[in-house]
Design a protein around this ligand. Structure first.
Ligand code: G
Ligand code: G
Ligand code: MN
Ligand code: NA
Length: 257
């Protein structure tokens, strides 16, 4: 309850900020995506992990105003970088995580479209990440909302893929553009044959369905090399880049990627 009260005040106290973690194309090293990651710096308690406060924000419904702030702030920063660094490639996207509660909110699509319009960021620059488990038990309204986002030109990614038990047949009917392979599979690459087989399967399904595929949680060069050998084209993880502050992103772009 205490955390809940603090969370309620965090927005007005401006205690939230964003980090951005790059996703690269494994062959070229080019950055194709920046994933916005929410951070909460509490005046007394210091940095509180989203793993701790997102579930509370979900339960209380506070995720709606917090998510609203996140999308606007991320879009604003992306817009700023695109203006400051005209050499940024057209395929570079901003990626934002949405939780299930946000997808059950009927005003979501209109609100996102209006925010992008106000900020001046094209919907084609935005990618939304949802967890695979959300889709497995989603209703018709949620699926329509996802279709609607895509109709606006926004890309959809399934986060933590491989952990949500969706069948491959089911996947082919879903409105998604990208699979992000959960880091638990990447973690044991090289030690455990089964992980390589699972990744290979995900990669071939992605290819058959024309989806992009990102390997998450790459922490070693060996994992990167393995993933690339298995046909995974994109990657993200501490070995490639840690989540960066907004200033850190600007510095990176200043150096010319
Ligand atoms: O950044 P970190 O590894 O601490 O994130 C922990 C979890 O919080 C991850 O599952 C991540 O997807 C989630 N998360 C981070 N930022 C956001 C956000 O803006 N919205 C939602 N819904 N989840 C987020
Ligand atoms: O659930 P999602 O994939 O959105 O989670 C993103 C979270 O994963 C972020 O909090 C980020 O800090 C964390 N993360 C990013 N790269 C790595 C990594 O290489 N190893 C680990 N353990 N966590 C990572
Ligand atoms: Mn994510
Ligand atoms: Na993930």
């Amino acid at each position: 309850l205490e955390l809940e009260i603090h969370l309620l005040r965090a927005l007005e106290r401006e205690e939230f900020f964003l980090n951005f973690q790059p996703v690269i194309e494994l062959d070229t090293g080019r950055i194709v995506e920046l994933e916005a990651l929410l951070r909460w710096e509490h005046a007394q308690h210091g940095l509180i992990s989203p793993a701790e406060f997102i579930p509370i924000a979900e339960e209380t419904g506070l995720i709606i105003p917090i998510g609203r702030w996140t999308l606007r702030e991320a879009a604003r920063l992306m817009r700023e970088w695109l203006s400051r660094f005209p050499h940024l490639p057209p395929e570079l996207k901003l990626s934002v995580n949405l939780s299930p509660r946000q997808l059950r909110y009927s005003g979501l699509v209109q609100e996102i479209a209006a925010t992008l319009d106000e900020v001046g960021l094209s919907p084609s620059r935005l990618k939304i990440e949802i967890t695979e488990s959300l889709l497995v038990d989603s209703d018709e309204a949620v699926l329509c909302r996802l279709q609607d986002l895509r109709a606006h030109g926004i890309e959809l990614a399934l986060d933590d893929f491989g952990t949500g038990y969706s069948s491959l047949g089911y996947l082919s009917g879903l409105p998604v553009d990208c699979l992000k392979i959960d880091r638990t599979f990447v973690e044991r690459l090289g030690q455990d044959q089964a992980q390589a087989a699972i990744i290979q399967t995900i990669v071939s399904v992605a290819r058959a369905l024309g989806l992009n595929v990102v390997g998450e949680g790459i922490e070693t060069e060996m994992q990167l090399v393995h993933l690339r050998a298995l046909g995974c084209t994109r990657g993200q993880g501490y070995y490639i880049a840690r989540p960066l502050s907004a200033d850190g992103v600007a510095t990176l772009f200043q150096r010319g990627l």
